[in-house]
Every structure is written in structure tokens, then in C-alpha cells.
Design a protein around this ligand. Structure first.
Ligand SMILES: [Zn+2]
Length: 263
């Protein structure tokens, strides 16, 4: 961690709000990962401030695999990307009705290229570059995107606006995951659903790969969910769980997919 990085301290556990309950479990380049002794939630108590996430720590900038593994990774990622898009497409089609959909952590918005036109995309992203690209992509379909922390803008959408929300590879980055889920609920229609995908901290892969597990990304992944803590947070925020796949049909899967609806 260099000295010019601006840090914000999360004093309370993001899930149960307990104070001084953290037990240190891992250090990486001076970034600490802790586990809450009250609820077992795993998180980084010190995170880069949002302003730094806009550029310095933007995911697309930080993630630069070395040249020798680039090609094989590229192929692997395109295959993986196809599977993930299909999974998202399947869940959208099954659980979300035609209309406006909010994609939090939307990236450049390209994932909507394969998604039927009946879904009108709105997006939020903390990276300026990604949000700008998403705005261009989404405006072609009648939606738009903005660059902001989700907690700053969710209330501005008003009530009953979205038929659904996508939180794919997003909650692990969010400084206030519970608050986002809580505020998001208000923007959804009564029959709205949310689709969540996060890395599974309790996955077999993490046990096997240890510190080299792909779900560790410092300082981007500020929260680490297990099936237990994800369920607990989603329920605490006022949702019922409609579908939850945490093995994703493969014992080696690193990810969890969940569909939930406001109660
Ligand atoms: Zn806790």
C-alpha cells in the first residue's frame, strides 16, 4: 500500500454492524482481511476511498495479466464469458419481466449486447471510463448509465422503477453492500427480482489454492461472501431467496448465483 492512497476505515462489520469484532485472517501488501467474530463476515476494514476507485483502482486498469499467460487466459475468459452470459441470460429470462433493469457495477455495458431488447438497461459504475462507455451503449436501447457510488444515487431513481437488478461481480467491491441492497429494494417493482453473482469464499477452490485463489483481489474485493453470509445479508435487507446456486453444478465453482425478491 503506497502512502498516497487515501484510505477509508470501515469501523463496523458491514453485515451485523458489530464494533471491534474483527479478527485478522490475511495480509496482502498491507491490505488486511478480517473475519467478524459475531457473524463470520469476511471483509477489508480499510478500503481505498471511492474517488480512487474511479481511476486508480478501476478494475479494468488493475487487472493486467502477464503477457505469457495472456493468450491462454484470453481463450479461457472468452469461453467463461460465454457461459456466464448464458447464465445471466437464463436467469434474466426466467425471473425478470420485460422493462427497465438496473445493472449495478455495469462495467462498459457490453454484457447487454446479448440480452433481449425487452430489457431496457440502466447502469451505475464507479469507474468513469466504464460508466461513460455504458452510457453510450445503454442510451441506444432507451436507458442510460452514470458514474457514482450506488448509495449516492439509488434513492434518486424513486420507487417502483425497475423490474429487476443485476449485481454481477459487484457486491464484493461495494463498501456498503447491506445499504445498497436495502435501498435497491425500494426502486424495484413489487414483482421485481435481483440477480446476484459473487465469488464464494467457502469454495473448495479457495481451500485448495490458498492465497492464490482468484477471488482474492486487493484492494478491489473488499467483501468476501460465503453461502451463509450472503443469505444472511440478503434476508436482513428484506428479500426472500428464490433461487440459490452456490455449487453451480460443479464442486470446483468459485462463484455463487442468487435470485431474490423484496418481501
Ligand atoms: Zn459481523
Amino acid at each position: 500500500m503506497s502512502n498516497d492512497i487515501k484510505i477509508k476505515k470501515r469501523k463496523n462489520c458491514p453485515l451485523c454492524n458489530a464494533e471491534n469484532s474483527e479478527i485478522s485472517i490475511l495480509m496482502h501488501d498491507n491490505w488486511e482481511l478480517v473475519e467478524c467474530s459475531e457473524c463470520s463476515f469476511v471483509y477489508m476494514p480499510e478500503v481505498p476511498v471511492y474517488e480512487m476507485m474511479k481511476e486508480e483502482f478501476a478494475w479494468e486498469k488493475n487487472f493486467s495479466p502477464s503477457k505469457d499467460i495472456k493468450l491462454s487466459k484470453k481463450i479461457r475468459r472468452s469461453i467463461k464469458g460465454l457461459i456466464k452470459r448464458n447464465k445471466l441470460l437464463f436467469l434474466l429470462d426466467k425471473y425478470i419481466k420485460e422493462g427497465q433493469v438496473l445493472d449495478i457495477g455495469c462495467g462498459s455495458g457490453v454484457k447487454f449486447d446479448d440480452i433481449p431488447q425487452k430489457f431496457i438497461p440502466f447502469g451505475i459504475d464507479i469507474s468513469e471510463k466504464s460508466a461513460f462507455e455504458a452510457k453510450t451503449n445503454f442510451e441506444k436501447r432507451g436507458g442510460t448509465a452514470i458514474c457514482a457510488p450506488a448509495t449516492d444515487v439509488l434513492k434518486e431513481y424513486g420507487k417502483n422503477k425497475f423490474k429487476g437488478a443485476i449485481l454481477r461481480s459487484y457486491l464484493e467491491h461495494e463498501h456498503h453492500p447491506f445499504e445498497v441492497l436495502d435501498e435497491l429494494k425500494e426502486t424495484l417493482t413489487s414483482d421485481g427480482s435481483i440477480i446476484i453473482k459473487v465469488p464464494n469464499y467457502a469454495s473448495v477452490n479457495r481451500s485448495v489454492r490458498g492465497k492464490n485463489w482468484c477471488g482474492y483481489r486487493f484492494p478491489d474485493h473488499v467483501n468476501q461472501f460465503t453461502p451463509f453470509t450472503l443469505t444472511k445479508m440478503v434476508k436482513k435487507a428484506g428479500y426472500k431467496i428464490i433461487k440459490f446456486n452456490y455449487l453451480d453444478k460443479q464442486i470446483t465453482s468459485d462463484n455463487m448465483w442468487m435470485v431474490a425478491q423484496p418481501i
